[in-house]
Structures are given as C-alpha cells and as structure tokens.
Design a binder for this molecule. Structure first.
Ligand code: ZN
Length: 519
C-alpha cells in the first residue's frame, strides 16, 4: 500500500513539474479548447433563449358581454357603503353591534340589487353571516367549481380618516373611480361575481357544471367563522371541487423588472404562518451589580442569529416557475437570464435577495415583531420575551422551521414555543400550473386580457382559500383587476378605490370564466 501511494505521489509530482513548463503547442490547444467551450456555452445560452417554447397562449377570440359598467359601478358602490368591519380580537361591544348591523344591511342590499340571482340560485346563510349561492349544473357528473370572495373589510386606521379624498364608507363614484374600503379587497369580487351571474342569467346561460359562490364573513381575521364554516358544510355534503378561485394575485403593470407587458400573477400556492415565542429567564437583581449577560442581551443575540441565518432560498421553487412563464416576455437580456436559470440561478438569487418583496418569494422569512423586557431603569429584568413571525415557503414545514431556529439559536437558555392562542398554518400545497384547470384561467385571460402575460407565483400573504384545501387540489388565488404599484398601498391603506373600467372588466372575466368552465 505504502509503495503504491508513493508511486502516485511521484507521478503527480512529475505531472506538476510538466504542467509548470507547458509547451507552446499544449498552451495553444488549451486556449482552443477554452474558446470552444465558450462558444458552446454561448450557443446553448442563446439557443435556449430563442428555442424554449413560450408558456403563453397568445390572444384568443372572444365576444365581450354587453355590460352596463355604470350600473355595475353603482352596485359595487352600494355594497362598499356597508361597513362590514372585522375587528382584530373581536372588537368592543358597540363595534361588534355596528358590524352585525352592517352585515344585515349588506345582505338586504345584495338581495334587492340582484333579485334575479336570488330568485334563480339556491342561497343560504351559513353560520352568522356567510353567504353560499349554488347555481345547479345540468350535468351532475361534472365536479362543481367554487368562486369565492370575502364580505368583511379591515377598519380605517385611526388618525387617517381625514386623508381620505372620499369617505371610506361613502360609496362615492368620482373621477372614474369607485371609492372606499373594500374596493380592492374584496367587495369587488363579491359584487363582481354576483354581477357576472346576473349578466349570464339575463343571456339565458345555463351551466352544465354546478357553480358555487362563497362569500366568507371574516377573512381579515383568519376565516375561522367564515370560509372554514362554509368549507366544513360542503365537506359534510360530500362535495369535491374541480377548482377554487379566490383573491390573491392580480394583473400587475410595471412591477416585474424587464417585462413591459402586464403580468397576470396567479397564486398557485400561499405561504404558511408561524409565530414563535422566545423566552429567556435569568435571575433579576439590582442594576448596580449586573451579571455579565442579561436576559435582554441573551435574547437579542438569539434574534440576531435568526436574522443572520435565514432559511435557505429556493430560486428553482415557485419563483423559478414564475420566471419560466413571465421570462419569455422580458427584454432580451432578461429573457436570456430567465431562460438559463441552470447557469444564472445564483445571480438571479443574489438580485432577488436584495429586495424584501422578492426575497419573500424565495424563502421562508423571519420577522422579529415583539420584544418585551424590563419595567424599571435600575432593575435587571428576570424575563425577556420576543416573538418572531415566520412565513413558510411551500416545501418548508412548521417542524423544519422550528428545528432550524433551534439549531441557529443554539442556546438552551432560550426557550421557544408557538405563540399561545394563535394557530400556526403550514404552507399550502402547490397547485399545478400545467393542469387543465390552470389552463382554463389562462384561456380566460387570453380572451379578456389578451395583452397580459400569465404567470403562476407564490402568494406571500394569506387567503380564505386555504380552508378549502380538503376539497380540491386546484386552488388559484387571483383577482382579475389591473393594479400599478401605487394602487398596492391603497389595499388596507388610505383612499382605496377601483377604476370603473377596471371593475367592469373584472365582471367580464368572471362571466367568461363561468362560460369556459361550465358552458
Ligand atoms: Zn382580502
């Protein structure tokens, strides 16, 4: 053995010496080889840029419904005027009473506004304020579809009331917009779907496949009394669904770098939710004789370690799929990059990590949101508590994230547990963008929004659709409205509004989707 090892060493020494003084001939062939490699690489990179098949459908023929957009706008404005506010933690007695009155008002208003829908569809109230409409299909062998939205809205932030150009619950229509809380989240879906059904009814349309419209009462505070109750009811009736369509993505303009066309972002998954409470207990005492490490110092160091060691990024996960779809419509240099993620993946990851928005689509994020310790300036606090909120990328689990945090913190003095009183949620499964159900959405977009590029993505927030996970594999999160970056701040913010034309096209989309899915 020793001899053989020696001979190997001797051989390599000889080789090294030879390599140090290359002949002009071998240097030339080395350069030639290098040049050849670069050419091959270039051919592959450029070839893939041009030859990778597009994931888009292009424009498809379509006859728009004749919709009275002014009437549709008034219908939405009337619904916005009911302040169906979900209060975090349940709210005070007067707040709860006002919300209950608002729901009663909204329900009476919808029935008065859409008499045809109420007359021809089965409708029921589930739980306190949830609405479920059933439009029976003529072919019971086909699985139903469920189109959903939520009736509740978030409150107006105290102190910002005066900044609203039009009152948040005035239901004003002015300057080509319908103003108020719920215009973008999510009354435009509730009224948009009812309006679409109304439109199809007046054309004599009869669905082959059953269509459910499901409107929850409390999406903004988790949906446990809302969508969860509707989903349980459907499950108890043995319903399995072809697909579910909820809010989530939208048609973004100017938000995807390098892509000038509007991008219809369809959420095929959504992130999970976990809050971990971290606690450090030490002996308290007087601050005149402090120990070398305080509970605050120990906990702060633990949090810093969590921030410095994030969960791994997955550039070939949902974000890779998004780029596969959107990349084909990007400018040439971007298209070259997106078509060759096998080569440029690390560069793309580096760029995406540099912005919080895109970083959130790459990995499970950690956000330290609460830190509590100490009550007096001359007393060592015996306890420090913090909460870190994680948003789980599909693929990571509550268990794997907790384990990661334990490893990174690596300090037995830091105790951790899920935040009491809050239910963590695993990330949703990923619905397939290659499925016929996704293609149906894509086809509808190719008809109603022919200029839009369609791309699946991971929705980083939460939606009510997660409650329907047991009823179908196909859950899509997409509100068919066009938004620019300045509109996004209006969601849950000040001066929420939707354009009259924008809303009318939503109705067109929903009615066409029903025709495509159930016609
Ligand atoms: Zn919403």
């Amino acid at each position: 053995m020793a001899l053989r090892a020696q001979s190997v060493v001797g051989y390599s020494r000889h080789r090294r010496r030879a390599a140090r003084v290359p002949s002009r001939h071998s240097m030339k062939s080395l350069l030639k080889l290098l040049a050849l490699l670069i050419i091959v690489l270039l051919v592959v990179v450029v070839g893939r840029t041009f030859l990778l098949p597009s994931k888009q459908m292009g424009k498809l023929p379509y006859t728009p419904e004749a919709l009275d957009s002014q009437q549709a706008s008034r219908n939405l404005a009337g619904a916005i005027a009911s302040p169906t506010i979900s209060w975090e933690g349940g709210g005070t007695d007067p707040q709860r009473k006002a919300t209950q009155e608002a729901f009663a008002g909204l329900h009476a208003y919808l029935e008065k506004t859409f008499p045809q829908v109420y007359a021809k569809l089965e409708h029921e109230t589930i739980g306190e304020n949830n609405l479920l409409f059933t439009w029976k299909g003529s072919d019971p062998s086909l699985k139903p579809i469920l189109l959903m939205g939520h009736q509740d809205v978030v409150p107006v932030e105290t102190g910002t009331e005066g900044k609203w150009t039009h009152g948040a619950f005035s239901g004003d229509i002015a300057d080509g917009f319908i103003w108020g809380r719920g215009a973008l989240d999510d009354k435009m879906t509730v009224v948009g779907l009812l309006q679409a059904v109304d439109l199809l009814l007046s054309k004599g349309f009869q669905p082959k496949r059953t269509i459910y419209l499901a409107f929850g009462q409390d999406e903004e505070i988790g949906g446990m009394e809302g969508a969860e109750k509707i989903a349980q009811m459907l499950k108890s009736r043995g319903v399995q669904l072809e697909f579910v369509e909820d809010e989530g993505g939208f048609i973004s303009r100017g938000l995807v770098p390098g892509v000038s066309a509007p991008v219809a972002m369809i959420g095929t998954s959504e992130k999970g939710y976990l809050s971990l409470e971290l606690t450090v207990e030490t002996q308290g005492g007087h601050s005149s004789v402090p120990p070398p490490e305080s509970s605050i110092g120990i906990l702060a160091a633990a949090i810093r370690r969590i921030e410095k060691h994030p969960m791994p990024a997955h550039v070939h996960g949902p974000v890779g799929e998004f780029l596969e779809y959107a990349g084909g419509s990007a400018s040439f240099p971007m298209r070259m990059v997106f078509s060759n993620m096998w080569l440029f993946g690390p560069v793309v990851q580096y760029i995406l990590e540099s912005s919080p928005d895109s970083n959130a689509t790459l990995r499970t994020t950690a956000a330290a949101t609460i830190f509590q310790a100490g009550t007096k300036d001359n007393v060592m606090p015996s306890q420090a508590k913090a909460v870190v909120n994680f948003r789980l990328l599909p693929g990571d689990t509550i268990a794997s994230v907790t384990e990661h945090v334990r490893k990174v913190v690596n300090d037995p003095r830091v105790k951790m547990q899920p935040l009491p009183g809050e239910a963590p949620a695993e990330a949703s499964p990923r619905s397939s963008a290659e499925s016929p159900e996704f293609r149906l959405l894509q086809k509808t977009l190719a008809q109603v929004y022919p200029d839009a590029v369609v791309a699946p993505f991971v929705f980083v927030g939460g939606t009510d659709s997660k409650h329907y996970a047991a009823l179908t594999q196909n859950i899509f999160r997409f509100a068919p409205m066009v938004l620019e970056s300045e509109d996004i701040a209006r969601i849950h913010g000040t001066n929420e509004r939707i354009g009259v034309g924008n809303f009318a096209r939503m109705v067109e989309f929903y009615s066409q989707l029903m025709r495509n899915a159930a016609g």
